[in-house]
Design a protein around this ligand. Structure first.
Ligand SMILES: [Zn+2]
Length: 639
């Protein structure tokens, strides 16, 4: 096939067998039975997860609904909570017990996370919390038997929770003290004029029971984030009257917690593309800036189809807001954040609108960005970010809100498969950055720039649980390599239209559900119409690197044209793109599909024509993650 594109001639030829009289041009022996191109050994498809990578007719997942009343005492740092939890068992199995996730226990000095903290980079080496104190755990007024093991607790149910829709309701009351030093994800920030409280992983939550592992009971060690159930949350939080509070969900009682002037500003913000100040810097600590009355105020929120709930409060918050359609977009930050944080709401709006139009509409009615202790962490409808430069604040904001697609909408198991949230998110972040700053010289997901990382010693497969990755491997594999991989797939392997159709199909099929890696691989192949076993295996499951080499050119002065020998040396395969420069000054670009490597790692290409070749360059446009570019070029003087 030959087509003309931007004045460059692209030609595709089949690999030709070799002439017997040129032994150095003989191909290697054929590949063994099992190669990088062999079908992946995926779990068998069934009526729950189909061969096309979709949820099947019998797909089920559990639902957990929470009604919570909570309070924060800033003096003691104690968060107190009471929850009524309704667990709905959609599985085909009767359940005799449930598992609770008690993430605050990771901060106890005897936790697994704390005890491995000194020896590894992943644990909570600076843990200094007390964990949860459970005051009550009961169903219909009767105490439940339970056993706590580190960050998990097994709770016996009085009778089995029936399969196919049985429910179990229980009440739990707890408290914990927010640690002063927190490893990550929440905590207290000290600013010049006061404190900001970010509260997350703050209530006992029912763990996930699924078709793959049954109960998911991996402990919380600090790096691997979460895997949780969708549910409806009605949460009431009581804090001092001086504070502004933001949270997952929609505020239900704004007239009680804002002044009438602030309620009017909120009304205006709901119709405004421009940012409207709701609680300004000049109102902080001023009389009349909070509703009249004595004592604390209770803020009420409602959220549906969210996988957890987080909140933040402060008496030094500036609060501003704008809207994007029906979505209320807000930022809460102390004056220290100015001037850059004054742009946060517009940054959040740009990011949300970009992801919504490219991939899937933002699924929630609100989004809030908070500047506090945490450097960057995502929760449904609320993100915790830190930064003072425009580059820094946009970068972290678009990343954390991007997590509202992966894994808030596509609910993956973050402890086992961090790449399905961090990496997919890093991929979509690359395009978002251009939407705020304009076209960038080099994308953060540039495959060519990544090539050298693949030669690092002690490589691990991307598909390794986050807590098992030491050093920089978490960032390099779960964020960068995965983001680069999807970029490569979109830009250089499938093309935009074919990739976007497949990736949107994956998102649509799995919105508000929980795919496994095999579901992703299958769905992408099915919708893109391409066998990608070589790509999934090479990029996600193995540790080979890309090293294509041009290892010889034979151009007898005759009519037969030239033969060019290419070797694939690194274990990973990719399409072969190269440019030929002829002695007469003309050039020609050639693009061979990945199947060119089907039979072996050495191929000989027969180029037609009478022109003498001066130079051959592999990956001349630097689209691929070449690890060793020194052997990518052959010039006539070489031989
Ligand atoms: Zn992230």
């Amino acid at each position: 096939m030959i087509s003309r594109c931007s004045g460059i001639l692209f030609s595709v030829f089949l690999a030709l067998p070799l002439a017997a009289q040129e032994p150095e041009f003989r191909a290697n022996t054929a590949r063994p039975d099992s190669t990088i191109f062999s079908p992946l050994k995926l779990p068998p498809a069934n009526s729950m997860r189909t061969g096309a990578g979709r949820p099947g007719p019998d797909y089920w997942q559990q639902q957990v609904d929470y009604k919570i009343e909570a309070s924060l005492d800033p003096e003691t740092r104690i968060v107190h909570g009471k929850a009524h939890v309704t667990y709905t068992n959609a599985s085909p199995d009767d359940l005799d017990y449930i598992w609770l996730s008690l993430e605050q226990n990771a901060f106890r000095e005897d936790s697994i996370a704390a005890r491995i903290g000194g020896a590894t980079a992943i644990g909570m080496s600076n843990a200094e919390g007390d964990g949860y104190t459970l005051h009550a755990l009961e169903a219909h007024g009767k105490d439940l038997d339970y056993s706590v093991y580190d960050t998990m607790a097994r709770v016996m149910t009085p009778k089995p929770i029936k399969a196919n829709g049985g429910t179990f309701e229980f009440d739990i009351e707890w408290d914990f003290t927010i640690p002063l030093k927190v490893f990550r994800r929440f905590g207290i920030a000290d600013f010049d004029d006061g404190k900001v409280y970010e509260v997350a992983q703050w209530f006992p939550a029912v763990a996930v029971y699924d078709d793959i592992h049954g109960w998911n009971t991996l402990p919380y060690l600090g790096t691997g984030e979460f895997y949780s159930n969708f549910g409806t949350y009605d949460v009431e939080i009581t804090v001092p009257r001086s504070m502004i509070l933001v949270a997952t969900g929609e505020l239900q009682n704004e007239k009680k917690v804002f002044t009438s002037e602030q309620v009017n500003r909120l009304k205006q913000a709901r119709k405004s593309d421009e940012t409207v100040i709701i609680h300004g810097a000049d109102e902080i600590g001023q009389e009349g800036s909070r509703p009249e009355g004595e004592g604390p105020l209770t803020w009420k929120f409602h959220a549906e189809q969210v996988r957890t709930f987080a909140w933040a409060c402060s008496d030094i918050f500036i609060l501003d807001a704008a809207s994007s359609g029906d979505i209320l977009i807000q930022s809460a930050y102390p004056e220290d954040g100015l001037p850059v944080w004054g742009k946060s709401t517009q940054m959040l709006k740009t990011a949300i609108e970009g992801y919504s139009s490219r991939w899937f509409p933002y699924p929630y009615p609100a989004a809030t960005n908070v500047f506090g202790a945490e450097g960057g962490m995502e929760y449904p409808m609320i993100i915790f970010c830190r930064g003072s430069s425009e580059q820094g604040v946009y970068g972290v904001t678009t990343h954390e809100i991007g997590h509202n697609w992966f894994p808030m909408l596509i609910n993956t198991d973050e402890r086992r498969y961090a790449w399905m949230d961090e990496g997919f998110n890093t991929f979509i972040n690359g395009y978002s950055t251009e939407e705020w700053f304009g076209p960038q010289k080099r994308s953060e997901n540039d495959p060519a720039a990544f090539g050298a990382f693949m030669l690092m010693p002690d490589q691990m497969p991307i598909d390794t649980p986050a807590d098992m990755l030491g050093g920089n491997l978490l960032g390099i594999l779960e964020y960068m390599k995965t983001g680069v991989g999807l970029t490569l797939l979109r830009e250089s392997i499938l093309g935009h239209e074919r990739f976007d159709f497949a990736f949107r199909t994956y998102i649509n099929e799995w919105a508000f559900k929980s795919p496994q890696p095999a579901d992703f691989f299958r769905c992408m192949e099915d919708a893109a119409g391409m066998d990608l076993a070589w790509f999934w295996r090479g990029w996600f499951l193995e540790t080979g690197y890309l090293d294509q080499a041009v290892s010889g050119v034979s151009q007898p002065n005759g009519k037969r044209g030239a033969r060019v020998r290419f070797d694939n040396l690194g274990g990973l395969v990719m399409p072969l793109h190269f440019q030929v420069e002829y002695e007469d000054g003309t050039t020609e670009d050639f693009e061979y599909p990945v199947q060119v490597w089907y039979q072996n790692d050495r191929i000989i290409e027969m180029l037609p024509g009478q022109r003498n070749i001066f130079r051959v360059t592999i990956d001349q446009h630097k689209k691929f993650p070449e690890a060793k570019r020194s052997n990518n070029t052959w010039t006539e003087t070489d031989e």
